[in-house]
Ligand binder design. Structure first.
Ligand SMILES: [Fe+2]
Length: 136
């Protein structure tokens, strides 16, 4: 199933939303590749992209939290660290066992599931806080 970007995932912060779209697009590329029987071939690219892009994206979010003295900074950063570790583990599995169908399914469901939940809970909370404490 492809993940659609829609208003349910829009936090209202332009940069954060733009980056979330990139992440969802990357997962959709994997879904599309699967539909064409190319999921296992695409898996390495998807994980490579995710590993690099989440470092940038989480780093950018953490900079904002820091700037605003966000009270849940450490909790939120802890979720990011947990997710980075999970993606690294999936990547290690790819290196160890190769691109299996099981792994393709796992990447798709666990990464997308985590991301959607995280956006709708933690990132929404963060953006609400920024808006309420906007410096402008
Ligand atoms: Fe976040």
């Amino acid at each position: 199933m492809a993940y659609e970007w829609n208003e349910n995932l829009a936090s209202g912060h332009e940069m954060i939303d733009g980056q979330h779209k990139q992440l969802i697009d990357a997962l959709n590329k994997l879904v599309e590749a699967c539909a064409q029987g190319e999921g296992r071939a695409q898996l390495g690219n998807t994980l490579e992209f995710l590993n690099a892009y989440i470092v940038k994206h989480f780093g950018d979010e953490e900079k904002i939290m820091d700037e605003y003295n966000y009270p849940d900074y450490l909790i939120h950063r802890g979720y990011h660290e947990g997710f980075k570790t999970a993606v690294r583990e999936l990547t290690n599995n790819l290196l160890k066992f190769g691109p299996t169908d099981t792994l393709v399914g796992e990447v798709h469901s666990s990464v997308a599931g985590w991301l959607v939940n995280h956006i709708r809970s933690e990132d929404f909370k963060l953006v609400a806080y920024i808006k309420a404490h906007s410096k402008e």
